[in-house]
Design a protein around this ligand. Structure first.
Ligand code: UD1
Length: 365
């Protein structure tokens, strides 16, 4: 059985890594499973892509479709054209996609149209917010997926409600957490640790890249000012996504305790998170990692597709209104932030469960 593994954007790489490990293990145990790793090129900067391959020991992709930037549609179309050509030249038995990025949706459409079945890892999660491209990607992908691998029971319930039959849903846990567990003991202090005078539990980490938070200059400026004003003077480390950097470059935001950096490597970023007082973010994946590590997380979004990070974990959703920041940060500094627990099956074995299931599915439909 030959599987295409699709990875295109930063949050895909940590999800695919544990599946590749599990495939290598299955092959070593003489299971009939081969893979072709396809990088769509959606993320192309060294520190958004290549560094993750190196740090997570992900093998060099067999193919890079070189799709890179452009609008939502340009990017999606470019990935589709590249993957279609590849699949026509050499067909695979299954296309496995992860997460909710444009690469996920683009490749599932291509595969399904060429009669190659699709497996979706992280299927069934829903924010209900159709203004986010990721939600459209999730809906479209799940509408044409054959095998659904889920992180939580709730994700499976969403799928069942939409008519997916139970025998196609595999509750396996979270491959992103597999990778976190594997690499936790190797997290690395970032080079700027001493330069910024960081001390354990005495700084905050922030990431923002969603259009709702960063695309309107003045709004971004007010958000940052409000966070700084309520940070009790602690250093605030802000590794900025390329999209956010472009906007920050036009704004005059200079504060003594604000440290804007390039996007960090996986090992450095998670070292920072693990040792921080708390995280302020609009990412989805980071809310899962903070939940696993028990780090307080304030999320600047109105909705989440990962409700377990709130009901079970350490995450709180406060919306995108800057005036919601003060009460949340007061709570963080009061020391009364909830402790949280780890969701079931987030135990480091999701990749193995996925590959075991794939091996046992002897006929894809
Ligand atoms: C994508 C995902 C999002 C994920 C995020 C993590 C979609 C719809 N969104 O959003 O779910 O949370 O990745 O980073 O797939 N850029 C660079 N260099 C790069 C990558 C991007 O300069 O290596 C620029 C692009 O040219 C573009 C902007 O950053 O101008 C946005 O990139 P894009 O891939 O469209 O979406 P993200 O915002 O990164």
């Amino acid at each position: 059985m030959k599987i295409d593994l699709i990875a295109g954007a930063r949050p895909n790489f940590m999800k695919i890594a544990s599946i590749i490990d599990a495939i290598h293990e299955a092959k070593a145990n003489n299971k009939d499973i081969e893979y072709r790793l396809i990088h769509t090129g959606q993320h192309y900067d060294k520190n958004m892509s290549e560094n993750f391959f190196t740090q997570l020991s992900i093998p060099h992709p067999h193919v890079n479709l070189g799709a890179s930037g452009g609008s939502q549609s340009q990017q999606t179309a470019s990935i589709m054209i590249g993957y279609e050509k590849l699949l026509i030249d050499e067909k695979s038995d299954l296309c496995l996609v992860v997460g909710d990025v444009n690469s996920t949706m683009a490749c599932s459409i291509v595969a399904q149209k060429l009669h190659v079945p699709v497996a979706h890892v992280e299927a069934g999660i829903r924010s209900g917010d159709w203004k986010m491209p990721e939600e459209i990607n999730r809906l479209v992908t799940d509408a044409i997926t054959n095998f659904f691998f889920t992180t939580t029971i709730e994700a499976g319930n969403n799928l069942k409600k939409s008519g997916v039959s139970e025998d196609k849903i595999f509750w396996v846990g979270n491959t992103m957490i597999d990778t976190l567990i594997k690499h936790r003991s190797s997290f690395q202090k970032p080079l700027f640790w001493d330069e910024f005078n960081l001390q354990k539990n005495e700084y905050l980490v922030m990431t923002l890249h969603r259009p709702a938070n960063v695309d309107e200059d003045n709004n971004l400026k007010i958000l940052i000012e409000e966070i700084i004003n309520n940070s009790h003077g602690l250093p605030l480390v802000f590794p900025a996504h390329p999209r956010t950097s472009k906007i920050l470059a036009k704004l005059d935001v200079n504060f003594k305790n604000l440290y804007i950096t390039e996007p960090l490597g996986y090992l450095e970023f998670n070292y920072l998170v693990e040792n921080s007082r708390g995280v302020i973010t609009d990412s989805g994946g980071i809310t899962e990692e903070t939940t696993f590590m028990g780090v307080p997380c304030i999320t600047l979004r109105d909705t989440t597709e990962r409700p377990e990070t709130i009901t079970i974990g350490t995450n709180e959703l406060i919306g995108t209104d800057p005036w919601a920041i003060k009460p949340a940060m007061d709570k963080l500094f009061s020391g009364k932030w909830k402790k949280g627990c780890i969701p079931e099956l987030w135990d480091g074995k999701a990749g193995k469960r996925i590959v075991d299931a794939l091996v046992s599915l002897n006929k894809f439909k």
